[in-house]
Design a protein around this ligand. Structure first.
Ligand code: GLU
Length: 465
């Protein structure tokens, strides 16, 4: 390995940060962190029509939420046009590039003939040796790709890949309007940013030989390449919106913890023995790019849910309390009672898969007005149950201590005195106090709702049902 690893994540801001991009970023980040190297963020925004400020923000937000911190950047390609033009001029001077005046019609015709002859469509190099330097006629600038030899690289994931130069034509590096093209900008950036390792999606694998040739023309040391296989949906098709959430921030909105998504993504195509749960430090310590699987990985929401549940159960609630508050906010519930928030998290964390689910099943702890499940009301708040609820209310009213334990004792006492089983008392109570049949244990639920609200809700149940 060279002295210091420098790698980058280079998203095109044409949409949100999706899980595929996030996983590529994660692998590059882990690689840099594992080797004590530098992780660079470079925004490839040269496609002005498809790039947007919102997408840039969405990418930054997604990376921030996941904790994928970068050491340099963000750099923006749109701010580097002067540098790209400078290299183009240098290429022209050094004979690595030439001006091509071939018309669209000629190129179309060429392509047609090649297709008819069952040849690979490619530029035939007509202008390559003409050395025409007429700046006023419309023209593009092409890279003079070597015509002989083979480009060989040892992909860290895929192994040895070789492509004959004879198969590569002369790539356009500046369009007629002078704007440099995508593959060329990548090359100049990787060179200037002294990238030692390129980790990216395998949809770029065909670009690599051309980029290597251009890097060589710049006099660069060629970086190592690792092309990460894509992520498929459960139906084996490329992961997309129709498979559900694919945007990183959507997972945040859906109540997943960043640790869970990180852990999920790292295991998506990478393994370390049969370990499933990885702390960030463990990921960094164990990450080895050669253990990335070279076939596509399949996205599996159940496993993500399982991991999310694991982190909800094991993390300190204080660490995700704010995210829980945000979930409650989106339900119109505003609360600043930190003690209650933490206690509710503790009561609910074993019972739900996401913070969103936690919030929607915790409304009755925070709201004054209950939302009643009509079927539960019909089943449990019957006229026959009234005497039982009245008896219960009388006992609760007199309790001097309002704890889970004292409530537990009180409920046993009431059930015994009324000659009913615990469940026969607990369910009507639960419906009266929470609006539904689902809540943590009734004693804990009552403790957290608080005496005043419990009595008021029982009163209300007696009047209306
Ligand atoms: N901008 C490219 C993308 O978003 C990545 C290119 C690269 O990593 O070289 O797919």
């Amino acid at each position: 390995m060279p002295s210091k690893i420098r790698t980058r994540f280079a998203p095109s801001p044409t949409g949100y940060l999706h899980v595929g991009g996030a996983r590529t970023a994660l692998f590059a980040w882990l690689y840099a962190r594992h080797h004590n190297g530098t992780f660079i963020l470079r925004v490839e925004d040269t496609d002005l029509e498809r790039s947007s400020e919102e997408s840039i923000q969405a990418i930054l937000d997604g990376m921030h939420w996941l904790g994928l911190n970068y050491d340099e950047g963000p750099f923006y390609q749109t701010q580097r046009f002067d540098r790209y033009r400078e290299v183009i001029q240098q290429f022209l001077k050094d004979g690595h590039a030439y001006r091509c005046y071939c018309s669209k019609e000629r190129l179309e015709k060429l392509r047609e003939t090649q297709t008819i002859n069952k040849e690979k469509p490619r530029y035939d190099g007509l202008c390559r040796e003409l050395n025409r330097n007429d700046l006023h006629s419309p023209h593009v600038i092409r890279f003079k790709n070597p015509q002989t030899g083979t480009v060989i690289f040892d992909d860290l994931i895929r192994g040895k890949i070789s492509v004959c130069n004879a198969e590569l034509d002369d790539l356009i590096i500046a369009r007629t309007d002078g704007v440099p093209t995508y593959n060329f900008c990548v090359v100049v950036d990787d060179f200037d940013m002294k990238i030692t390792d390129v980790i990216r999606g395998d949809d770029h694998i065909n670009n690599t030989p051309r980029q290597m040739n251009m890097l060589a023309a710049m006099g660069a040391t060629i970086p190592r390449y690792a092309h990460v296989p894509m992520i498929l949906g459960s139906d084996g098709k490329r992961l997309s919106k129709r498979h559900g959430a694919v945007s990183v921030m959507q997972f945040c909105e859906d109540g997943y913890l960043p640790d869970a998504l990180m852990n999920y993504l790292v295991r998506l195509g990478w393994s370390h023995g049969d370990q499933e749960i990885f702390s960030r430090d463990e990921m960094i310590q164990y990450f080895d790019v050669s253990h990335i699987n070279n076939s596509a990985a399949m996205f599996n929401t159940e496993k993500l849910d399982w991991l999310n549940q694991h982190y909800l159960k094991t993390k300190n609630p204080a660490e995700f309390k704010d995210a829980f508050v945000d979930q409650l906010k989106s339900l119109g519930i505003n609360t600043t009672d930190d003690t209650l928030l933490i206690a509710v998290i503790d009561a609910q964390k074993e019972r739900v898969k996401t913070l969103k689910e936690m919030a929607s099943s915790s409304r009755y702890f925070f709201e004054d007005e209950l939302t009643f499940d009509e079927a539960a009301v019909k089943k449990f708040l019957t006229p026959e149950i009234k005497p039982l609820l009245i008896a219960a209310k009388n006992i609760f009213e007199k309790l001097s201590e309002w704890t889970k334990e004292s409530l537990h004792q009180a409920i046993i006492q009431i059930a015994e005195a009324q000659g009913v089983k615990m469940g026969q008392l607990a369910q009507p109570l639960r419906v009266a106090l929470t609006g539904s049949t689902i809540s943590p244990s009734i004693d804990l639920t009552m403790q957290l709702i608080g005496k005043k609200k419990v009595l008021a809700r029982l009163e209300r149940a007696l009047i209306f049902h």
